[in-house]
Design a protein around this ligand. Structure first.
Ligand code: NI
Length: 373
């Protein structure tokens, strides 16, 4: 079988057998058997799911990462290789990522003797959890690397092109949960209580000013309130109102600014009306931070292979690859899915025709990274 047909087959296997974060046991076994069959050296790190392999020998070491987990999404495609696991789906394209990295691994293996160092392949669990990147780092699997590369399939980069952007290409993700607390009372006697509903509403509207008035217009940011809950009947003023949502920012300073502004608004609006507010802040991954020389290399390799590249606008989704970049230099690239719906949609489908070209590109990128970084 030729490489293109083989990688499609691998992709279809992954697509048919999606597993959720930290449950990727069959996926890990499958990857292990493919690598063993190809004679690829497996590295021993204490990972329950996911694995690490190496090609080549000695220094320098560069790493290539794919995520391996799927989402709790019920698939709605007519594909012959649709998910066999009810309520689970590779709706983010991590099946494509795995097939492309397996392809790159096999191509690198063919020219192992010519490599000027070691390529470390990271098959990372639980990108969607998130936090798989931290689990991998805790095992020491990244120690000694000079740089790390990763990528994601997205529909908004034109078919056949690569999205290669310096700096942040995915966002820093925070989640907030606010509980405004007043005093419950009869709906007919608001003066006997402290109504949390108008206060929470005031906060929701005021929060819209953070992005439009506080953050630089040259810097993308998002504040989304996605969950409101208060009361359960018509004639009782409830004591509390819950407001939940997320912020997305493209750098450390904006991240701190948005958090500070949001918390200040919540506290002061609550106080102005005699209420209190409890704030739970959950920090997700920071924004990715693509290093200049890694990006320049990625563009050079694309040009050499005749693959057009664009500077994409950025993607306000989170990506735990950013944790790697807090410690190691690297680049996170965007690969076109072809024309399709957005990631996480039950009809999501990546372009199988792009698997082999992506694998070939990644293999060359790793080879050149060993020479040039
Ligand atoms: Ni993803």
């Amino acid at each position: 079988m030729n490489m293109e047909a083989y990688l499609k087959e691998e992709y279809e296997w992954f697509h048919t057998h999606p597993e959720l974060s930290y449950e990727e046991e069959a996926t890990t076994e499958h990857i292990r058997s493919v690598l063993k069959r190809a004679g690829v050296r497996l590295a021993e790190y204490p990972l329950k799911t996911g694995l690490v392999a190496e090609i080549g020998a000695g220094e320098p070491i560069v790493a290539l990462r794919t995520d391996i987990d799927a989402l709790p999404v019920e698939e709605h495609t007519d594909l012959p290789h649709a998910s066999k696991h009810k309520g689970k789906m590779h709706a983010c394209g991590h099946d494509f990522h795995m097939a492309a990295v397996l392809g790159a691994t096999l191509l690198l293996k063919e020219q192992e003797k010519k490599l000027r160092g070691t390529v470390r392949l990271i098959f990372q669990p639980a990108e969607e959890a998130p936090g798989g990147a931290r689990v991998v780092m805790d095992t020491g699997a990244l120690e000694g690397i000079r740089a790390i590369f990763g990528f994601h399939v997205v529909p908004f980069v034109e078919k056949g092109t690569l999205g290669i952007k310096e700096g942040a290409v995915t966002a820093g993700v925070d989640r907030f949960v606010l509980r405004f607390r007043g005093k419950g009372t009869h709906a007919a006697a608001p003066d006997a209580g402290l109504d949390a509903i108008p206060v929470a509403s005031e906060f929701v509207l005021a929060a819209q000013n953070i992005v439009s008035r506080r953050v630089s217009p040259f810097s993308p940011a998002v504040v989304s309130v996605t969950h409101l809950e208060a009361g359960n009947t018509w004639n009782v003023i409830p004591e509390t109102a819950l407001v939940e949502g997320t912020t997305r920012t493209m750098g450390r300073e904006d991240r701190a600014l948005v958090r500070e502004a949001l918390c200040t608004l919540a506290e002061h609006i609550a106080k102005a009306h005699g209420l209190t507010v409890e704030i739970d802040w959950h920090e997700g991954p920071p924004a990715t931070a693509n290093e200049t020389d890694c990006i320049a290399l990625a563009r050079r390799v694309a040009e050499r292979k005749g693959i057009p590249w664009v500077t994409p606008p950025g993607w306000m989704a989170g990506e735990d690859f950013a944790y790697y970049q807090e410690k190691y230099k690297g680049a996170f690239l965007l690969v076109s899915t072809g024309d399709t719906v957005a990631n996480h949609n039950p009809k999501f489908h990546a372009d199988e025709g792009a698997i082999l070209p992506t694998a070939e590109y990644l293999a060359e990128l790793m080879t050149e990274a060993l020479r040039e970084l």
